[in-house]
Ligand binder design. Sequence first.
Ligand SMILES: N[C@@H](CCC(=O)N[C@@H](CS)C(=O)NCC(=O)O)C(=O)O
Length: 202
Amino acid sequence: MKLHDLKAGTNPRRVRIFLAEKGITVPTVQVDMMAGENRAQPYLALNPLGTMPLLELDDGTVLTESVAICRYFDERQPDPPMFGVGLQERAQVEMWNRRLELELQMPIQHAFVHLSPFWAGRRPQVPAYGEVARARALEVMGWLDTEIGTRPFFVGERYTVADITAQCALLLGRNTGTPIPAALVNLTRWFAEVSARPTARA
Ligand SMILES: N[C@@H](CCC(=O)N[C@@H](CS)C(=O)NCC(=O)O)C(=O)O
């Protein structure tokens, strides 16, 4: 088994935190994105999308998509349960993970890609769209501030994969010009707490 990782990447970080919460260690190789390793062979033969994380199993099976990789490990080792327990909680974790990925992570990521000099020449940039994405991310943070004001984590009392998604998205936002506004005290409190977990630097 081999995990193809990108130390600075938001999605690879989701998998690393998940594995750390489970106490699972996986042989890992760093892919050199700056040298274009992920956009050339042999990496493209493994993943034509050229993205990380990627998990290569011993029988040659390739898994991409951070949540698919997390699910694989959750099935192998159910404890601690990171996708919820029981019918309703598991459905809620799925709901929150999807919401946080699509409604929070995506606009933060789009603001980064469309506004940062880092991506100039690497990706097509439409700065006006970047501004729209940033405004949307801030609007969603406002909603999340209300939600997380009523409970410790996105799904009740348990830290789950949904929290990991939001935590990694907000870390990206903090590092790329879309931080949590100081007025959002509940979201700020939650972010400080999850960032203080021993697994947060995985
Ligand atoms: N939906 C995928 C997204 C993977 C992804 O976009 N990974 C980024 C790092 S956060 C990447 O590999 N970017 C390299 C590139 O696009 O060249 C997942 O959740 O794993």
